[in-house]
Design a binder for this molecule. Structure first.
Ligand code: HPA
Ligand code: ZN
Length: 342
């Protein structure tokens, strides 16, 4: 079988995926029509043409603007359900999803409306496809720590259903150190904590996220390679990185997949995972990311299986579910045909 066919059937988890970044163009146009929201693009082709980005900020500008079509519980339901169905097709057994409520509440959408839609989509996906999922709320780092603390307080009625909190948005100039108190309180209240770091920002931001915020995972983390002592720390503590290769290509974090740091991070002994970030904007879901990296970096079958195993180890799944998922990966690898070279 081809490496791509092997990847298509390989059980895995996805740990870095923004719900707002998974609105496919046809649904985006449908939501705009349904909600009477004026958008600048009339057709799917025009939308896809707009998805060319210089850097993270040029993407975020379009992404935040696109969020205007999300207003009602049903909208959040449709987007989340569509993503989970697509992930299930990619043999994702478990997905940990990001939602950034602050942009939506600023437009007058109550947190209850967002969460009602997202949680019922997660329930239906579990019932209909058997895919498990969890939700991580992201604070936007261009906003103040006081606003992040307000987000935490406002989410308390749903504390039992939330996995944790994270940090996203415009990285440079907004270091993790700005959010020490927010993360301390999230941890105190028993939430898992993660942070985007080292995507456009420097290795020192990754270090701050680990040392000051005490995060359990780093989202992206590419820049870690610039600091050998940090690399040693990430390897010895096995702090996972949720790497997003096609996102990095689209946002010009890397100039080609052939030069992507994924394999160097793996070779240094880090717990690296592969994820899609904002799949509808960046040209691929998780299997597209796996297959493109396998091809560009010449990853071996053993390396591809390690990435799938890492995705389970790095997840916040309960231990029993994690054991079952790891066994499914081993069984798949044992029984799948040998790779043919393409
Ligand atoms: N980086 C920071 N914030 C984001 C991203 C990203 O890649 N995607 C959605 N919000
Ligand atoms: Zn992201």
């Amino acid at each position: 079988m081809t490496p791509a066919a092997f990847i298509a059937g390989l059980p895995k988890a996805e740990l870095h995926m923004h719900i707002e970044g998974s609105i496919e163009p046809p649904l985006f146009i449908e939501l705009a029509r349904r909600n009477g929201v004026k958008i600048a693009w009339a057709t799917e082709a025009e939308l896809r043409e707009a998805y060319r980005f210089r850097n993270l900020q040029s993407f975020l500008d379009l992404y935040y603007d696109g969020c205007r079509v999300l207003l009602h519980p049903r909208d959040f339901y449709d987007v989340t359900r569509q993503y989970l169905a697509r992930a299930h097709e990619d043999k994702v057994l478990h997905a940990e999803l990001f939602l950034g409520p602050q942009g939506h509440t600023a437009r007058g959408v109550p947190l209850a409306a967002m969460l009602e839609g997202v949680f019922s989509a997660m329930d239906d996906a579990l019932g209909e496809d058997g895919i498990t999922s969890g939700l991580i709320l992201l604070a936007q780092r261009h906003r103040s720590q006081a606003e992040a603390l307000d987000l935490l307080d406002s989410a308390m009625p749903w504390a039992d259903r939330l996995l944790g909190f994270g940090l996203g948005g415009a990285e440079v100039g907004n270091p993790p150190s700005k959010f020490v108190e927010f993360f301390r309180r999230c941890r105190e209240r028993g939430f898992k904590v993660v942070a985007h770091a080292g995507e456009e920002g420097p290795a020192s931001y990754v270090r701050e996220a680990v040392e000051l915020l005490q995060v359990q995972r780093i989202d992206h983390g590419n820049a870690s390679l610039d600091d050998p002592a940090l690399m040693a720390l990430l390897a010895s503590e096995q702090i996972p990185l949720t790497v997003c290769p096609l996102s990095n290509l689209k946002l010009n974090i890397v100039s080609s997949l052939e030069t992507h740091p994924l394999k160097r991070l793996m070779d240094a002994g880090l717990c690296v995972t592969v994820n899609s970030d904002d799949p509808s904007f960046f040209g691929g879901y998780i299997n597209d990311n796996f297959a493109a990296c396998q091809h560009a970096l010449g990853l071996s079958r053993h390396e591809v299986v390690s990435l799938a195993r890492n995705s389970v180890v790095a997840s916040f799944m309960p231990p029993e579910a994690s054991k079952t998922a790891l066994a499914a990966i081993e069984a798949y690898d044992r029984n799948a045909e040998a790779w043919t070279t393409t």
